[in-house]
Design a protein around this ligand. Structure first.
Ligand code: NAD
Ligand code: MG
Length: 397
């Protein structure tokens, strides 16, 4: 039997985790459930769990992990959740305030696995409360990277990336803090439409776009991967996390998703991280860093894969990467407009209201028509999101 299946946490690991407690936001999603897989394997205690609307799964998770707090984002589901939880030791919260209360609880780490802009305020709240944070919610850094990084510096908090590419970059930089980075090589699978022409993209359906070749993820990020906006968001994420310029980030299509990203240093050495495409590897490292423990992921066999290939992305067919570069260059609330417009356009596509190829068009339209502000603050972010939603709904209806 292979090692990874036989693995049970050893006594050192159990002792290491004895007092560890995490707050997990977005526990019912693709990342959230995999965080719980890691927690189950290593006996990590869960202090709090949250979900947006899936009360049944949240209640099941609460029964298994006995957290002290749970929170449901959708306030209309509060009573239903209360009926499902028959345990007075669990405090039940709801809405945005509830989420922020969870993010500021005293704990060893807050894991933010919420999808979309809803994750921004909990990220900032967790950091301002002095909590360490493991971040899957890349949108936080896209809409308010400057504020988040400033808060993390002030509180001397390291943000542990969960995104596989950023985890790979983080690992490649270990031990090289004093060395100059030439560039970051941000790898992309290319998504389900790699090699398509613009003409072919006019006919693709939501079912096709939701079939990612290598990863099983939530619907929003799966569509972002198909449009390549995911790489645009990740470029902005990398710029904030690793303090590099956008022109130092090279996006390279690597269809096998084995090299999760790499860093090129001044001497020409390229250091990268390889592994099977399984999010439980970067999730676990974010939780246990600097320790590494056996994981439930399959080991990598390079000879089984035999061939790793790399190619340039097609920016003409997939304009979202350039859109993200220009939003970042413009700065202020422009990445926030782009991010919100993307979120809304993805939802419209999944609801059958627009075609796949219209997603970048709608984003560009929003970037030209929503009020621009050079300044950024929490109020500006919320106002930008409100205006983007309102204008986007008008052009589609
Ligand atoms: P998902 O849709 O599967 O899960 C999202 C979670 O967020 C759910 O628990 C949901 O209840 C919660 N949520 C949604 N809207 C909310 C709201 N308005 N308020 C509070 N909670 C809300 O998404 P996912 O694929 O797990 O992705 C989560 C984040 O991780 C995203 O930012 C994504 O880009 C990032 N990420 C995901 C993967 C992956 O493999 N899935 C990989 C890298 C990064
Ligand atoms: Mg990624």
């Amino acid at each position: 039997m292979p090692n990874y299946i036989r693995y049970k946490p050893d006594i050192t690991s159990a002792l290491f985790w004895f007092m560890k407690e995490i707050v997990l936001l977005g526990s019912t999603g693709s990342i959230g459930t995999q965080v719980l897989d890691v927690a189950r394997l290593h006996n990590i205690k869960i202090k709090a769990l949250s979900a947006n609307s899936n009360v049944n799964l949240l209640a099941d998770q609460a029964r298994e992990y006995s957290p002290s707090f749970i929170c449901i984002g959708d306030e209309d589901k509060y009573d239903e959740l209360k009926r499902l939880i028959d345990d007075r030791r669990i405090k039940i919260l709801c809405g945005k305030d509830g989420l922020c209360e969870l993010a500021s609880l005293a704990c060893d780490m807050v894991v933010n696995a919420i999808v979309g802009t809803a994750g921004f305020l909990p990220t900032l709240t967790a950091i301002e409360a002095g909590n360490r944070i493991a971040l899957a919610n890349k949108e936080s850094l896209v809409v308010g990277g400057e504020m988040i990084i400033a808060a993390a510096r002030k509180k001397k908090i390291k943000i542990m990336p969960i995104d596989s590419e950023h985890s790979a970059i983080f690992q490649s930089l270990a031990g090289n803090e004093e060395n100059r980075i030439n560039k970051i090589i941000l790898t992309a699978s290319g998504g389900p439409f790699r090699g398509y022409t613009s003409e072919m993209l006019k006919r693709v359906t939501a079912d096709q776009a939701l079939k990612h070749p290598n990863w099983c993820m939530g619907p929003k990020i799966t569509i972002d991967s198909a449009t390549m906006m995911n790489k645009g968001l990740e470029l902005i994420e990398a710029v904030w996390l690793f303090n590099v310029r956008a022109d130092q980030v090279e996006i390279v299509v690597h269809p096998q998703s084995i090299l999760h990203s790499a860093v090129e240093f001044d001497d020409g050495s390229v250091i990268g991280q390889l592994g099977v495409p399984d999010m439980r590897i970067p999730i676990q490292l974010a939780l246990t860093y600097p320790k590494r423990y056996a994981s439930c992921a399959k080991p990598l066999s390079l000879t089984d894969i035999s061939c790793l290939t790399f190619e340039k992305p097609d920016d003409r067919v997939f304009p979202c990467m350039d859109i993200a570069r220009s939003a970042l260059e413009k700065g202020g609330n422009m990445p926030c407009i782009m991010n919100r417009a993307n979120e809304t356009a993805v939802k419209m596509f999944l609801d059958g209201k627009i075609k796949f190829f219209e997603i970048p068009e709608k984003i560009q339209w929003a970037m030209e028509n929503v009020s621009y502000s050079k300044e950024i603050s929490i109020d500006i972010i919320f106002e930008t999101e409100r205006e983007t939603d309102e204008k986007m709904s008008r052009i589609v209806s």
